[in-house]
Design a binder for this molecule. Structure first.
Ligand code: COA
Length: 260
């Protein structure tokens, strides 16, 4: 795997661990990090040995504390628009064909919260803190925050977080549906990697179809979504994994999915 300046990329069996590695800046996302993140996802997409990706932040304090505010100074509207649209890390995670889990080890703010929300599952340390503090800088979320947060937790809580710029703790984030699970800080890595390994045993074909079908719910009408689900469900019947899954059940053994 290519070396990156702002990321660490390691493999643990079928799970890839992608760590945003700027701990002295609380892993704030600068342009380089966004570019390298999208590049790393390209690499992981092609790698058949990787079935699940876990994204986390380096150090003990922060997942990602947002966009790198230092880069905002003096930036024009058009340049900022280009930064957000050129090759969005958030869109790359969202559209990634394998499950992506955010392992949230601390501050999860602004672009960090947007990155976590682009992932498919979010496991948080009890020390994690969440927020969309952009309003305090005189701006608004620009990496999908106004949309994804509203889809995930509803307009009531999304509006409150975005208008106040305040932070919530991990328990509150779990209660409002922003994260799947909160675990003790020292168990975060074990619990997340266990979940990732469990998902990595499933059929990669079915995982891909399932992710696409669920993501469609936020983007289509119910009728369109139901039609898309039938197409994706039917597509599973063209896979060897479906033959293996059904045969293994009937033969009372564990299925061995190959992603074909
Ligand atoms: N962009 C750039 N640098 C950031 C950053 C960001 N989003 N968040 C933190 N940093 C830097 C700090 O400037 C500081 O750098 P320095 O040591 O060179 O001065 C370092 O990371 C440590 O942060 P610090 O503020 O000293 O830590 P803290 O524990 O006192 O506070 C936060 C933590 C998260 C509350 C605070 O850093 C913060 O409010 N960050 C900005 C969050 C934000 O608004 N994100 C949305 C951006 S659109």
């Amino acid at each position: 795997m290519a070396p990156y300046e702002t990321l660490l990329l390691e493999r643990r069996d079928r799970v890839a661990l992608l760590t945003i590695n700027r701990p002295d800046k609380l892993n704030a996302l600068n342009i380089r990090t966004r570019q390298e993140g999208a590049q790393a996802l390209d690499e992981l997409r092609e790698d058949e040995g990787v079935r699940v990706v876990v994204i986390t932040g380096a150090g003990d304090k922060s997942f990602v504390a947002g966009a790198d505010i230092a880069e905002f100074e003096g930036r024009t509207a058009l340049t900022q628009r280009d930064v957000m649209t050129a090759r969005s890390l958030f869109t790359a995670v969202d559209a990634f064909p394998k499950p992506v889990i955010a392992m949230i080890n601390g501050f999860c703010l602004g672009g960090g919260c947007e990155l976590a929300m682009s992932c498919d599952l979010r496991i948080a340390s009890e020390k994690a803190r969440f927020g969309q503090p952009e309003i305090n800088l005189g701006i608004i979320p620009g990496g999908g925050g106004t949309q994804r947060l509203t889809h995930l937790v509803g307009e009531t809580k999304a509006m409150e977080l975005i208008l106040t710029g305040g932070m919530i703790d991990a328990q509150t984030a779990e209660r409002i549906g922003l994260v799947n699970r909160v675990v003790p800080h020292e168990q975060l890595s074990d619990e997340t990697l266990k979940l990732a390994a469990e998902i990595a045993e499933k059929s990669p074909v079915a995982l891909r179809m399932a992710k696409e079908a669920v993501k469609t719910a936020a983007r289509a009408t119910l009728d369109e979504g139901l039609r898309r689900e039938i197409d994706l469900f039917a597509l599973c019947f063209s896979s060897q994994d479906k033959d293996e899954g059904v045969r293994a059940f009937l033969e009372k053994r564990e299925a061995e999915f190959k992603g074909r």
